[in-house]
Design a binder for this molecule. Structure first.
Ligand SMILES: [Zn+2]
Length: 457
């Protein structure tokens, strides 16, 4: 039985590799790792993983298997460019593993398994890792001279992992057999010849955090409850009291409407014609308004999607357009739906879901679609904004990455939202033939690496 459990974890990583894709939304290095003591025993394939870990993996609560290439130098690159650091999340429903190492380079590979933070941007807890001096997995350049390599990453339990998962010292005191199979076998593709000459900047995913200019949002007194949601409280603390919305029966709607208020208050602080979109922890981004192409966006919505999203299509893309000709109005709604979805998920995870929203996800999926369509509208009617408005691109990525993440997380929480079709709507964007033009435009605008990593196409 215990062996079965670790097999499930191994199968998880194996399955992810078979998918051929690595889900990436972890642009920053994991910090706060609780290091195992120097004399921690290596985990072996027989290491007992408790049921709690197994069930967490299945429910998606452990949503942070990451593969990180933390270093490397290419010998075949005349400029001797260092391989940029990267951190790739392999979500438990992960896709994309066509991130490739370059040929003839040395690499240091780190793999960690743990619990992702609520926003999926980092691992807040790490249970298993090889991220310690001495057991990081080194891959030498002679190995990467072929097209594909298999490596074995020998994971060790962290002290924190032992505590959280209720593992006594004895339970991991199983010496690993040198050179034997171990916790995670990983197959990694090496970039095909020719791609080595691609500059790192061109093969690296677009990272909005490098482009974004964040602005600080003032903090306001807020003594109310958080209802189990860190993001709910975060929104309330950064929304002026006169802009906060109260709806006792639906706290996620309070988060949504207050986020509108927060964005609005920030917009009113400047004379510029721009939109403001809150991220988290008192930070958000101002985006200069592109041309008024709002009325055109409806022309880019396919008939199937128009049918499934008919009420929001009519309200936001038809009725409201006369009052809100600015395309960033759609982004503001999008931002607010992240408030709905994220606060709902956090409340549900904390056991404090108030059932105030039958489907807190479909709105997010609709606006991921509408705002993607607005990029095509901008290409046709204000192409310059796509070339010069860096904050627009950063905000688009910021909102899209969060949307894809929360739609995926929510799709596993079927007991809470059995009728949600947020995932179905997302899949229509990903694969319905009518949306090929949108997908193609996003690949052009954001880069195919980015769309594949974050949106799955
Ligand atoms: Zn709204």
């Amino acid at each position: 039985m215990l062996l079965q459990k670790i097999n499930d974890v191994s199968r998880l990583s194996a399955a992810l590799i078979i998918f051929g894709t690595i889900q990436s939304c972890m642009p920053k290095r994991v910090t706060g790792l609780s290091e195992p003591s120097k004399n921690s025993k290596m985990a072996s394939v027989n290491m007992p993983i408790p049921d709690s870990l197994k069930s967490n993996v299945q429910s998606g609560a452990i949503d942070g298997l990451t593969l990180e290439v933390i270093g490397g130098t290419c010998t075949d690159n005349s400029s001797g460019t260092n391989i940029p650091k990267s951190l790739r999340k392999i979500g438990s429903n992960g896709k994309v593993a066509d991130e490739k190492l370059k040929k003839n380079c040395d690499y240091t590979i780190v793999l960690s398994l743990g619990k992702a933070s609520a926003n999926g941007m980092s691992l807040e807890k790490i249970y298993l890792t090889n991220d310690m001096d001495g057991i990081r997995t080194q891959v030498s350049r002679d190995k990467t001279s072929v097209d594909s390599i298999s490596i074995v990453v020998r994971l060790a339990m962290t002290e924190e992992g032992k505590k959280i998962l209720n593992l006594g010292n004895g339970s991991i005191d199983i010496p690993s057999k040198p050179n034997s199979e171990s916790d995670a076998d990983i197959k990694i593709d090496i970039a095909k010849p020719g791609s080595q000459s691609t500059p790192p900047s061109a093969i690296t995913n677009y990272d909005w955090k490098k482009d974004v200019t964040f602005s600080d949002v003032p903090t306001f007194d807020f003594s109310g409850a958080d209802f189990g949601s860190v993001f709910y409280k975060d929104i309330m603390q950064h929304t002026p009291s006169n802009e906060r919305f109260s709806m006792i029966s639906a706290r996620s709607t309070e988060a949504h409407e207050s986020l509108h208020g927060l964005n609005n208050a920030m917009r009113n602080r400047t004379k510029q014609d721009d939109g403001f979109f809150y991220f988290e922890n008192g930070k958000g981004v101002y985006v200069p308004q592109p041309k008024k192409v709002m009325a055109k966006v409806k022309d880019y919505v396919g008939p199937n999607f128009k049918a499934i999203a008919s009420s929001r299509y009519s309200l936001y893309l038809i009725t409201q357009v006369k009052d809100w000709p600015e395309v960033l109005y759609l982004f503001d709604e999008w931002s607010a739906y992240i408030g709905t979805a994220r606060s709902s998920i956090e409340m549900a995870n904390a056991g404090q879901w108030d059932k105030g929203n039958a489907d807190p996800i479909d709105g997010l999926a609709d606006f991921l679609y509408f705002c993607s369509a607005s990029i095509v509208a901008l290409k046709d009617h204000d192409p310059q904004s796509l070339e010069t408005n860096k904050q627009l691109k950063a905000a688009f990525a910021m909102l899209a990455e969060q949307s894809a993440h929360y739609i995926k997380v929510a799709s596993k929480m079927t007991t809470h939202w059995p009728t949600s079709d947020g995932e179905k709507r997302f899949q229509m964007l990903q694969s319905d033939a009518e949306n090929e033009k949108i997908r193609s435009m996003l690949k052009t605008y954001m880069g195919a690496d980015w769309t594949k990593t974050h949106l799955g196409f």
